[in-house]
Design a binder for this molecule. Sequence first.
Ligand code: BTN
Length: 316
Amino acid sequence: MYDLMKESIIDILFKNLGEFYSGKKIAEKLGISSVAVWKRVKNLIDEGYEIEAVRKLGYRLSDHPTRLWPSGYSIKKTKWLPNTVLFHKQVSSTMDTARSCYKNGSRVIALARKQTTGRGRHGNKWVSQIDSGIYMSVAVKPNLLLIKSLPLINIAACVAVHKLLKEKYKINTKIKWPNDIYYDDKKICGILIESETEGNSITYIAIGIGLDLKENENYASLSENGSYINPMELVGLLIDELDRQLNNITNNSNFLISYWKLHNNTIGRKVLINDFGTKISGYAKDIDEIGCLLVKDGDVEKKIVSGDIMFLEGVK
Ligand code: BTN
């Protein structure tokens, strides 16, 4: 349940991150008793906040936010995206949260420290160990798009991740069609789009992003090169960038396609595509104006809308 006092306490502690703040001062500020403050601090600790409580000194929130927290995100509500964050310590999949909230009438940004059944494209699972990455699903406003723009949503989402890593964190990655992000030849980010459609319209759409911050048995990690990433800050910046790139679907799709082409590692390579059991191999020649992969198999050119690809050899 939403508790304004609890939110106010965490706001005060965030503003004084890493420093002790007296419980008495918090109580005076909020017009409640010190006991009421302590009750809420205990609650916050149960929710996962690292708060130290020391007699005579007060409360201190850990000054090194190396993981996701329940609140304190700076996220604006935009044309495409909601700004309500729903945070889980642990959840089956943030895609489930996004969908069930939508069915109950609200669009949310679902975040989790851990997913027990994180999912990837084509029925793959997405390993989501605790505090090892960003596991986020965002319900996009569906009536802004037509079905034919679905592949472009993939492109917009991976352009957003790529651009943010490059410009804000100086991390240079490559995009593997359609929307995997590779760092030093290892996958560090996967994007999953789930949608429901009726006729020509999209009735529900959520973008799921899994970004590895710590290495695990399957994926590389962004922190490998020693750079420190504050996951909460990254979430706020990512939502901003995602909104900008989603806008480009209707305003400047040429930018999305040319950015994707400039930073991809797929075009020019021999690939094997697996689309739910149907296998196609050939040379990845280009992507078209909505992001479909054009593959040359002998004299025949095929247009691939979706699928998992494997590289069979290097650049032609
Ligand atoms: C892929 O590369 O196959 C897509 C992986 C998408 C993983 C993210 S993590 C957050 C969201 N919740 C999920 O269960 N999956 C997506």
